[in-house]
Design a protein around this ligand. Structure first.
Ligand code: TYC
Length: 125
């Protein structure tokens, strides 16, 4: 709804208190980038945690990391470790960013405690 004001400018009348919302009027008020008819709840972006192969970290240690840090069972942990060993890298798990970064820090801390060069990183899914 538009009202002529002073015959020069046009301005919207204020929404009357208690008046029902008029969708056509709401549509007129749109224009901002974030305007939505129905609030959208977005799924947070997920991040892969990658483990990288190296020549020194023992296979058993990588399997233990996959079990203890990433919650994998023994056979899946072994399969992921072998995939990393044979192809250079593999996905240990997929998480929201803060958790993915915490997992990476945990892997680096545990590997450094043992003197192993194991490296991990995140990648947007
Ligand atoms: N390549 C290592 C070895 O032969 C094993 C290994 C697997 C290391 C996976 C790192 O992320 C890794 N001992």
């Amino acid at each position: 709804m538009l009202l002529a004001v002073s015959g020069i400018y046009e301005q919207e009348a204020p929404q009357a208190a208690g008046a029902p919302r008029d969708p056509a009027r709401d549509a007129e008020r749109e224009g901002g980038l974030a305007t939505r008819t129905r609030p959208r709840v977005e799924r947070p972006q997920r991040y892969k945690v990658l483990l990288f192969n190296d020549d020194y970290t023992p296979m058993e240690f990588v399997v233990a990391i996959l079990e203890q840090v990433f919650g994998k069972g023994p056979s899946e942990a072994t399969a992921i470790m072998l995939k990393i060993h044979n192809s250079g890298l593999g996905v240990a798990g997929v998480y929201v960013l803060e958790l993915a970064e915490t997992k990476v820090a945990t892997v680096h801390r545990m590997a450094e405690e043992r003197g192993y060069p194991l490296r991990a990183g995140t990648e947007k899914e």
